[in-house]
Design a protein around this ligand. Structure first.
Ligand SMILES: Cc1cc2nc3c(=O)[nH]c(=O)nc-3n(C[C@H](O)[C@H](O)[C@H](O)COP(=O)(O)OP(=O)(O)OC[C@H]3O[C@@H](n4cnc5c(N)ncnc54)[C@H](O)[C@@H]3O)c2cc1C
Length: 404
């Protein structure tokens, strides 16, 4: 078979050098373009100011708009959720994170952690009560697993739920909780005496905001994810009725399955931040002149741009592959770890390299690269640190557990 002549080939597109759009169906492209246009209109014009202030004054409004777009609990079905494919959900994460990781975090925590937990592990009345309002962005959810002394190793958590008659009484503290003070409902994971001790006793509870003894003070002085609310959850003799517990989740497997779903969104989302960094560097390299010519004309800058483009589009291809496996019901948690480990690590590297291409301007909020790079420091840590995903893969590869 002879090779087609160059004239018959589609032109090289610097935004899509591998032609990955060919993998997408028309409805995938339509969803992607809708989310991209929303972010360009509602987030990008204001994000630098919000980031500098460390506050998004219209966050609740944005949540309702994201609900109207179908982006909240997007891949869930029923209860007002869009029932999108995993690939479509991933594309939305990518477009949102190309605007800012904080906005994508709002959507991930809402849909993949809080709503997913209720959808998968709740009983019908819990789903009816919470999910439609959450899908619409009227009610925001958060997911409290991490504690001040238990991050990578949540099995050691101290938050405790004790039976008192038919009620449950919760005491403890959660730390670094996205959406905490915004949330109308908190999914809180606590140790119980159910089951036979160990992590088998960990259960999920739905804690409505305003329940006596429950507060969510915000964590200040963050230098990353500044356009996202991060809070503590303080539980001081919080009394909940018997029907506040998620019946389907017993043991750490419950929260870990939610995290796997959210991590999948990060595999895509991180490539959005990387794309924004790469595109800023490419634009800058073709307009900024030094030594009498555009800096993009120097081989050293071209090497940076070529390496960034290779890692960016390899990462998108990997995300797409994992999305197809998820849609086929064949995605393993180790494969999600593979994607999160690679894509977040490469995204931060791309943004750091983009920062160098922009020289001094790279550190300014006038350009997006430093904002994305500092956001990615959080993304590198939450939903399992780099080291945790290396240990997950290490165990899968060798059959040897090196966690402790
Ligand atoms: C902005 C932000 C938002 C967050 N949102 C949420 C949220 O909504 N809900 C929630 O529950 N949590 C949330 N988190 C918490 C996040 O999931 C934890 O920070 C993360 O799991 C790591 O825990 P840690 O910070 O306690 O670090 P630690 O677990 O103390 O780890 C510190 C370092 O030690 C390493 N380490 C630990 N154990 C080992 C080991 N066995 N071998 C090698 N290295 C090891 C880690 O990889 C890391 O580098 C958020 C965090 C941030 C920064």
């Amino acid at each position: 078979m002879s090779a087609p002549s160059a004239a018959k080939l589609p032109p090289f597109d610097p935004r899509d050098p591998l032609g990955l759009d060919d993998l997408l169906a028309p409805e995938d492209l339509a969803i992607r373009d809708t989310v991209r246009a929303w972010a360009a209109d509602r987030v990008l014009p204001h994000i630098a100011e919000w980031y500098e202030r460390g506050e998004v004054p219209v966050l609740r409004e944005l949540a309702r708009e994201l609900g109207a777009l179908g982006a909240l609990g997007m891949s869930l079905t029923g209860y007002g959720c869009a029932g999108a494919t995993a690939v479509q959900y991933g594309l939305a994460c990518l477009e949102l994170e190309a605007a800012d990781s904080g906005i994508r975090s709002l959507v991930s925590v809402q849909g993949s952690l809080a709503m997913y937990a209720i959808h998968r592990y709740g009983f019908e009345e819990q789903k009816q009560r919470w999910l439609p309002g959450m899908a619409a962005g009227e009610t925001i959810g958060c997911f409290g697993l991490t504690e001040p002394d238990h991050g990578s190793d949540p099995a050691g958590m101290r938050t405790y739920a004790k039976r008192d008659g038919a009620d449950w009484v919760l005491n403890g503290r959660k730390m670094w909780i996205t959406n905490g003070s915004l949330a109308g409902v908190a999914v809180v994971w606590a140790r119980t005496d159910d089951a036979d001790g160990g992590s088998g006793g960990i259960r999920g509870f739905l804690v409505p905001a305003g329940t006596p003894g429950f507060t969510a003070p915000d964590i200040k002085h963050k230098w990353s994810l500044r356009a996202s609310v991060t809070s503590e959850l303080v539980l001081d003799d919080v009394r909940l009725p018997a029907d506040a517990v998620l019946p389907g989740a017993v043991g750490l497997r419950g929260p870990l399955s939610c995290l796997s779903h959210a991590r999948y969104g990060i595999v895509w989302g991180s490539m959005g931040a990387a794309r924004a960094g790469f595109e800023a560097a490419l634009r800058y390299a073709t307009s900024r002149e030094q030594f009498g010519r555009p800096i993009g004309g120097f081989q050293l800058t071209q090497a940076k741009l070529a390496d960034m483009a290779v890692e960016l589009h390899k990462g998108i291809l990997l995300a797409h592959h994992l999305g197809r496996r998820m849609d086929a019901g064949r995605l393993r948690a180790e494969q999600v770890s593979f994607g999160k480990l690679n894509n977040v690590r490469e995204a931060i590297e791309i943004c750091r390299t983009a920062r160098t291409v922009l020289g001094a301007n790279g550190i300014s909020l006038e350009y997006p690269v430093m904002r994305h790079a500092t956001n990615l420091e959080s993304v590198l840590t939450y939903e399992g640190t780099v080291e945790m995903h290396q240990l997950v893969l290490g165990k899968a590869l060798t059959g040897l557990d090196a966690f402790r």
